[in-house]
Design a protein around this ligand. Sequence first.
Ligand code: ADP
Length: 261
Amino acid sequence: TQADVRLAEDLARRAAASLDNGRLYMEAQDAVRARDTFLSVASHELNTPLTSLTLNVQALRRDLEGRSAATPEALGAKVMAVQRQLTRLSSLVRELLDVSRITAGRLRLEREELDLAALTREMVPRFSEELARAGCELRLDAPGPATGHWDRLRLEQVLQNLLSNAIKYGRGKPIELRVGADDEQAWLVVRDEGMGIPPEGQARLFQRFERLASERHYGGLGLGLWIVKQIVDALEGRIRVESAPGQGSTFTVELPRQKAR
Ligand code: ADP
């Protein structure tokens, strides 16, 4: 009868609604779990350089009070370590600030005429210490010019993130950095021959809080590539990765040279 049909429809609707509620509940639970994991990763990541900083500063103080016969080289090495840990802390804090800025929709671009090739050549010497520590050789191929209207600090950040990842996950193998351009767009390619990324991980890479290398040895908040993607999106560009486990990864960024109207 009609009444039976209505009853059945009503039941079906209620079942669907309760399924929906179930799904929402699961999503909320996932979000809470992700937040808790992130908080514990972030505290650990901040705590590691802080602990070494405290130890190094204590040791330096003992050295300066003359209670140990430290050579100038030994003192210098400790100061260098302090500097590295401070750099690490500021870059972590900067990532956190960037995330709040981006999620609040406050990522503003300061566009100016730039040469991506020149900018890349200028950036590379800043990595010499990091490269030397990892025993990595960098092959740079950026003859340029590759000009466009972009944001200098944000482009530096993209390069900084991709190159640090290549060094971090590159297992000391050579790294290739290429910049080129045609009429419409410029591109930046960062290639390493390191650990690589399994296919199921490649899609998740650019998501927030996503870290595939769970080993503590590779520190990180899992925010770098998400921030890179947000910057590339804001510049109306594209980023993609090609990778095979054990063979290395290639990240390619393509940026239109002019802002779309
Ligand atoms: P993190 O700060 O943890 O390195 P990222 O957002 O920069 O965060 O990267 C996310 C994850 O992607 C990393 O934890 C790592 O598992 C993986 N990854 C990024 N770059 C590379 C690379 N060049 N080779 C292998 N894995 C990479």
